[in-house]
Design a protein around this ligand. Structure first.
Ligand SMILES: Nc1ncnc2c1ncn2[C@@H]1O[C@H](COP(=O)(O)OP(=O)(O)OP(=O)(O)O)[C@@H](O)[C@H]1O
Ligand SMILES: [Mg+2]
Length: 523
């Protein structure tokens, strides 16, 4: 008898699901994309325990009939295309008819849907079982609830990230969805707490509702027949590309080529190893690209990629002459807005902006001369920045991590694996998040941006040896040059924290009064 066997349908589905929905964040993305394809104008996303316990996505879209609701969890069942040729004209985010079936293959899924208020149907599907269908009332729209994630695929479950990291990933995915569909209202609820409730708004307003004013400061605007967007000035740059958002006809994509083209537009203005942030919305005919080249539809192949890259590069270069003026600087915090019906007056309450209490008089390499009240402070910025990082991280305060667009693979020993798995919170306190991808492979997916990425192996080793975090100060990538924005932030941080000495006891700044200066001149 031959060795080849046909796999069961259940196993085929479980294996296929691994490509489409390998984590809660992919499930959230697929469910929200379905809601958007259904024409929803209001979407609510709720997650518990990083989505592992429960994910619910509620929309007011077109809903489904009971027959379609049952069929929707079957493999290759879609209402979006009739055949392969339709792909060339496809403007919907989904088209493969795989997402719901993949989710249903590895979790319990309940779909409550209605095409017409108040008649509805609830379909519950458990892996390997027949769907159960009951009539239930609902307003027009659909709610999909996913529970018991990966209960029947223990190997996949074992390699999932921590709930905290998964929550961060979901927030990042939602951020991209929210930014790509600013005409839709979104609510995100995490572990019972409302993270945000965003009403339909113009693109810039949506961007500023998600970011600190310092992030949206001095954004430049891009306008072109095929794209529009905003990008940061060169002095507000980051150590990774995780703040670069590319949207193609409402779809979030990644494209190192397009990212690099945007960066080339800055010419020599960017410091080596730093990346600007941008939000780019591309509107291109669907027959000019192929979206069917990546399991999660994240990458696309453009027919005229070179021309598009050139147009982006030129547009960035030209846009450096303009600066976005916010409508009355709406982004300034704190801001309380009372929403009135459209066309009526909006009242805004703001606090007075903080009066700057210092001035940077000069910058000599990494030494800043700061005027404050009647004194001049001479500040070592490298020491200052390191002291601020140690202060944040050494006090057990979780550092702000940035998700890496391209995770870094690190080889770890048996002892290190044991330690990392026994104390995941310790790693997080050291500003590193990731998960095992093999017996001796650890994939770093988010990291405190102050680390030198080339030194991560050393940092993880030190943590596993039980060293104090302060020992890693030398593995931080700090200076020696700083953008004017960074200089201000460092000086403000040191003065606000009243830090005068570094953790190793070295002086961060020295004060010189006007009398002392006068005495020096007199000498
Ligand atoms: N929220 C929703 N509202 C209305 N219809 C929905 C919703 N979610 C799913 N559907 C229907 O179920 C079908 C199957 O959804 P599924 O996500 O599995 O596939 P798809 O969106 O067609 O393609 P893809 O696998 O690429 O996402 C959809 O084509 C759509 O008709
Ligand atoms: Mg879909």
């Amino acid at each position: 008898m031959g060795k080849i066997r046909q796999l069961s349908n259940e196993d085929i589905n479980k294996i296929a699901a691994g490509e489409v929905v390998e984590s809660p964040k992919n499930m959230v993305k697929e469910l929200v994309e379905n809601a958007l394809d259904a024409g929803a104008t209001e979407i609510e996303i709720e997650i518990s325990q990083g989505g592992f316990e429960r994910i619910a996505v509620k929309d007011n879209g077109c809903g489904m009939s009971s027959e379609d609701a049952v069929l929707s969890t079957e493999r290759h069942a879609t209402s979006k295309i009739r055949g392969y040729l339709d792909l060339a004209q496809c403007m919907t985010l989904g088209f493969r008819g795989e997402a719901l079936s993949s989710i249903a293959a590895v979790s319990r899924i309940t779909i409550l849907t209605s095409e017409k208020t108040p008649l509805g149907v609830e379909v519950s599907v458990e892996p390997g079982k027949e769907p159960v269908c009951i009539s239930k009332g609902r307003r027009r729209g659909t709610t999909v609830v996913v529970e018991k994630l990966f209960a029947n695929t223990p190997a996949r479950k074992a390699f999932q990230k921590s709930p905290a990291q998964s929550t961060r990933d979901i927030k990042q995915v939602c951020k991209a969805l929210v930014l790509s569909h600013f005409g839709v209202s979104f609510t995100l609820v995490i572990d019972g707490k409302e993270e945000y409730r965003l009403h339909a708004a113009p693109s810039l307003e949506r961007v500023s509702s998600l970011y600190e004013p310092s992030f949206t400061r001095d954004l430049r605007e891009l306008k072109h027949d095929c794209f529009s967007g905003f990008f940061s000035p060169p002095d507000i740059a980051h150590l990774s590309r995780s703040h670069q958002f590319l949207f193609l006809n409402g779809r979030t994509i990644t494209s190192p080529e397009l990212s690099r083209a945007m960066e080339r537009g800055y010419a020599t203005m960017l410091n080596a190893g730093t990346f600007p942030h941008f939000f780019l919305w591309l509107q291109i005919e669907p027959d000019s690209y192929d979206v069917n080249i990546h399991p999660q539809k994240k990458e696309v192949a453009f027919r005229e990629e070179e021309m598009l890259c050139q147009a982006l590069q030129n547009a960035v270069r030209d846009a450096f002459r303009t600066r976005v003026v916010f409508e009355e600087e709406i982004s300034r915090e704190p801001l309380v807005r009372f929403e009135m019906p459209r066309q009526e007056v909006q009242f805004e309450l703001r606090e007075e902006p903080r009066v700057p209490d210092f001035e940077i008089v000069a910058l000599v390499q990494s030494i800043a001369i700061v005027a404050r009240e009647e004194n001049l402070l001479i500040m070592d910025l490298v020491r200052a920045k390191k002291s601020l990082i140690v202060k944040e991280m050494g006090q057990g305060k979780l550092p702000a991590m940035q998700s890496l667009l391209f995770p870094i693979q690190i080889t770890v020993s048996d002892q290190e694996v044991d330690r990392i798995e026994a104390y995941p919170e310790k790693l997080a306190a050291w500003g590193i998040e990731g998960h095992r991808t093999g017996p001796h492979l650890f994939s770093v997916e988010a990291v405190y941006p102050g680390y030198d990425e080339g030194k991560l192996q050393e940092v993880i080793g030190a943590m596993c040896r039980g060293e104090a975090w302060e020992s890693q100060v030398e593995n931080l990538r700090v200076g020696p040059t700083f953008s004017p924005h960074e200089v201000r932030e460092i000086v403000r941080g040191i003065l606000d924290a009243r830090l005068e000495f570094s953790p190793t006891g070295k002086r961060i700044w020295k004060r010189c009064s006007m009398e002392q200066f006068a005495a020096i001149v007199d000498q």
